[in-house]
Design a protein around this ligand. Structure first.
Ligand SMILES: [Zn+2]
Length: 481
């Protein structure tokens, strides 16, 4: 059949090694890359031909940690993601209702949205997985609901491993936050698929401490992981805790963080990295999110021009969190948090060098303070660059690594025949600077071409919708992290 679209004269970036193939033509049919050949050998043959000379084609970006479907109206966040080159995302918090909507084919908007790559069910916490029996029952229930993976964020070691074992039995990837009471090497070896947010907090760094055994024992003496309220928890309580978990942290934890930082050892870190490589444990660092938790009142967040895409009630909540952060945290705690962020960011480059596989994620869309769908992933690219990764590393973390993580290398992760036609065209070479990953001149999503003007129109449309929305329509959605 005839092609639908030809991108003519483009330079293709190879996501395996960063090599460039100039002056090529990408032929797209039915949402798939049908052919790639020298531009001189490809004619229009009835297709729409885009003059793509001077641009660099990379696969569409994937946000490997996002929550857009938890918004009361997900369309705005999804549109903003697409307008920023994101053609796929992992939804990191599901609900029975979202899973039902997906089963019935009415979950995702028909147009102007990235692809939902994977979704979990309700996150396992002290509320739905208080005991090993409850956790196993919840994993089984979610399996029946059709989840793609199980996500846990806090639990005792007993519950954590019981849920892991049941997930493994049901062939469901098991991932999430590592509780500080859980031995990180043991979790990796038992099959924990990925660790989100490099912990968060100190749970991974504990594995780099020369005093790990004593510090973990201390963590186990602290109160059982929350939420400690039985029955329904008011949404505003959860949202505040989730939006800035550090404000909900037991003050004695800051003392432990400082001790973990003081006893950090490069040798232990390299040993831990080797464990991750051997066990195939992935990381989704979400440095941008880790930073917003540790430095929540940074003036830079308040002056971010992308806040124009954020509904006013949410912006107010974030400002409120920043003010509480300024007022309630003593100077010593703030200093410890700044050190904690620096130490976590410092893990990324040696992890990469050791061969730990990693994904780029923003944690946007779930009300997490200052994390904005779309721009948030670009901020993550900048954080990864600042952490010492190369442009190719960053590109891989949002393209080919995501394909490998999902086992979808036949349809994703590179610009090649047979792959889904999800592409970003850049106006500058992304292998010379991470900054060039921001210079989007066009996006192709499932074969549909969005010019720079189309992308600007999507952004303006979102800005206007957000500005004109009634407060009631932007009520904060369910919890996520
Ligand atoms: Zn999250």
């Amino acid at each position: 059949m005839n092609a639908d679209l030809v991108l003519h004269g483009v330079t293709i970036v190879d996501t395996r090694d960063g090599s460039l193939a100039p002056d090529m033509a990408i032929v797209i049919e039915n949402g798939t890359i049908a052919n790639i050949a020298a531009a001189s050998s490809i004619g229009a043959n009835g297709a729409a031909v885009i003059d793509a000379r001077g641009t660099f084609a990379v696969p569409g970006y994937n946000d490997a940690h996002a929550h857009p479907l938890n918004e009361p109206d997900p369309q705005d966040g999804l549109t903003l993601m697409l307008a920023n080159g994101i053609t796929g995302f992992r939804q990191m918090s599901g609900t029975p209702a979202l899973l039902e909507a997906r089963r019935e084919g009415r979950l995702m908007p028909a147009a102007d949205a990235p692809e939902l790559l994977e979704m979990c069910g309700e996150i396992l916490t002290g509320a739905n997985a208080r005991s090993a029996e409850m956790a196993v029952a919840e994993v089984r229930a979610q399996h029946a609901q059709g989840v793609d993976f199980i996500k846990i964020i806090d639990a005792t070691p007993e519950v954590f491993f019981a849920a892991l074992e049941e997930s493994t039995r049901l062939k469901l990837p098991y991932l999430g936050h590592l509780p500080p009471t859980v031995d990180v090497r043991k979790a990796a070896q038992a099959g924990l698929r990925s660790i989100e947010h490099l912990g968060p907090k100190d749970s991974v760094l504990l594995g780099c401490s020369t005093d790990e055994t004593a510090l973990r024992a201390e963590a186990r003496k602290q109160p059982a992981p929350g939420p400690r309220i039985s029955g329904p928890i008011p949404v505003n309580v959860i949202m505040r805790a989730i939006a800035s978990p550090l404000l909900a942290t037991d003050p004695t934890e800051f003392i432990r963080y400082a001790r973990v930082l003081d006893t950090y050892s490069d040798e232990r870190m390299r040993d831990l990295a080797a464990h991750f490589v051997a066990a195939g444990t992935w990381h989704c660092p979400t440095l941008t999110r880790v930073r917003t938790m540790a430095l929540a009142d940074d003036q830079g967040y308040r002056s971010d021009t992308n806040l124009r895409y954020v509904p006013l009630p949410l912006r107010q909540m974030w400002e409120d969190i920043a003010q509480q952060f300024s007022q309630r945290l003593p100077a010593a705690a703030r200093e410890t948090l700044a050190r904690l962020f620096a130490a976590l960011a410092k893990l990324v480059q040696p992890f990469k060098v050791s061969g730990v596989r990693m994904l780029a994620g923003s944690d946007s869309g779930g009300a997490a303070a200052w994390c904005i769908p779309g721009p948030g992933l670009h901020q993550e690219f900048d954080q990864l660059e600042a952490a010492g990764l190369s442009p190719l590393d960053v590109l891989q973390m949002t393209t080919s690594n995501v394909a490998a993580f999902l086992g979808r290398e036949s349809t994703m992760g590179s610009v090649a025949p047979g792959k889904n036609a999800n592409l970003v065209l850049l106006s500058a070479n992304p292998m010379t600077s991470v900054q060039n990953l921001h210079k989007i001149s066009a996006v192709v999503r499932a074969g549909k071409h969005y010019s720079a003007a189309d992308l600007d129109a999507l952004k303006s449309r979102t800005e206007h919708r957000v500005a004109s929305a009634l407060p009631s329509s932007t009520a904060v959605g369910p919890p996520c992290c």
